[in-house]
Design a binder for this molecule. Sequence first.
Ligand code: RUQ
Ligand code: CUA
Length: 621
Amino acid sequence: MTTHSRFVVAGGLLAAALVASACNPPGRRLPAADASAATRTYVAPGEKDQFYLFYSGGHSGQVYVAGIPSMRHIATIPVFTPYPGTGYGYDEESKKMLGGFTWGDVHHPGLSQTDGVYDGRWLFVNDNANNRVARVDLRDFKTKQILGPIPNSSGNHGSSFVTENSEYVLVATRFSVPLPKGRYADPSRYETEFNGMVSGLKVDPATGTLSVGWQVLTPPFNWDLGSTGKGPSSGWAFWTSYNSEMASDTLEANATRLDRDYAAVVNWRAAEQAVKDGKATLMAGVPVIDPAKVPGVMYLLPVPKSPHGIDTDPSGRWIAASGKLQPVTSVFDFEKIKNAIDKKQFDKEVRGIPVLNYEAVLEGDVPVGLGPLHTQYDGKGNAYTSLYVESSVAKWKLPPWSKEERADLTKIIVDKIPVHYNIGHLVIGASDTKAPYGQYLVAMNKLSKGRHLSVGPSQPESSQLIDITGQKMSMLYESFTEPEPHFAQILKADRIAPIEVYPKAENHDVNAAWTPEETSVKRNGNKVEVKMMSIRSRFVPDRLDVKVGDEVTIHVTNVEQTTDMIHGLGIVEHDLNVVIDPGETKTVRFTANKPGVFPFYCTNFCAALHQEMQGYLAVKP
Ligand code: RUQ
Ligand code: CUA
């Protein structure tokens, strides 16, 4: 693309943004879906939704759960940000997991898989800001582990992509820095001194525990979204990148110079094998493979300019990548990629990494529309691409294409549906597995454009629910979405059976107190340790006597074994609140640094006498 046409595209983006910002006054109804849509999303009182929608909350640091088709927000899963609603980040266990960070930038949730389908065990999410990946256990919808900051990595955006049998969560860096981390190099020497990284985070098959397995050193491209292979592409993974130009300033212009950027085509099984074969070098304790020295681990694939993601279809053969600044989605054939690798159909090498010949591996450039971002699949041979600039979703047919279609790829565009804001991500249930649900599509906004009652300058975000069971897509519903939605996963509700109480037999906390006799207050120097129990509607003990300067540790057990019997422990003017689920023990620690008497009380409504569930922390000067 010439410089001139580049500005035409940029102007187009701006114009689209301006058009879309027309105002939508309160009380005004815009005809978007007919009234019959209401019955198709109606979940009557007492009935439950069919699917869980897990969507990332961006820089809120959390994961949100909604039901489909009602789109009701049903849970907030705190991950990288403290959340007093569940006491997350206040007790010692979760505080330790947060590691001193108070926020994260959650981007892409990925469900665990067995044999290429969701197994309902874990949800992995990445933190772009602090280079971490968390694991949420779907048995109790709680964050169980936060791994990171990942060594030798900066800007963990190309994440979290789970392999077919959850062998790995594969992640790639958005930013490049001088490695190992902590080394200084002038950013003007970006091209030679900075590097990116692809990491294989190993998943323990029994517990889900993540650990850094190995890494592959990459040129300083900004790796973006990716996906893992299956079927013919089993054992491979893909990421697009922007900034193949390796610019270190004014990226808006300097990282959009070339007509194509590169996608990474990584043979993660080969990487794993290379590490076993001793071909890696240790960097910050992690085996790192240099793909220039270990052939067969990484290839580069030219893709449309400034892409923002690459998605493998359910068969594992077709791989779609879109360039934000080109109105096409390129479909690559993995069979051709394999063939090109075997026959060494390479254009050149970049830093010792072979660049696949574009024409040799391309199946076709699909003219989807303006500003294509992400693609999802319905498992019935169709793909759906979000169009940021056009504010719509394009539905198109995957190959194989007829001769006629091939001659004119506009013929494979099946349908287009406008969404009423600038769309970013979209999700179809199980699109990244070999068996998508193909029933609903959720389109998530980037700019929401006044879709809700005005609440001031920070406009509520929006998501729209679209029925994709017919040939034509149909708009069903629009709901508020917590900021800022980046990608989501949809899981059939009957795939999981979350627990409602922690069985007493599973509580192995040595500080648990299940009876008043097991409770205690022990002093050791200036350390006071309390074993407390909570039960409807009291704390035992409900009086704690300490002295100014004491370090107080309270282990509080909720001895209930009944559904929904949750207690909280809030201490007045101590910035502390823990919430204890039935059968759980949590630990809080603080220094009693103020004299006086401080009431503590149950923060979570539990019974008619919930209000009476209180006690005193008496701090003697
Ligand atoms: S990325 S609009 Cu949100 Cu992490 Cu695609
Ligand atoms: Cu216990 Cu409220």
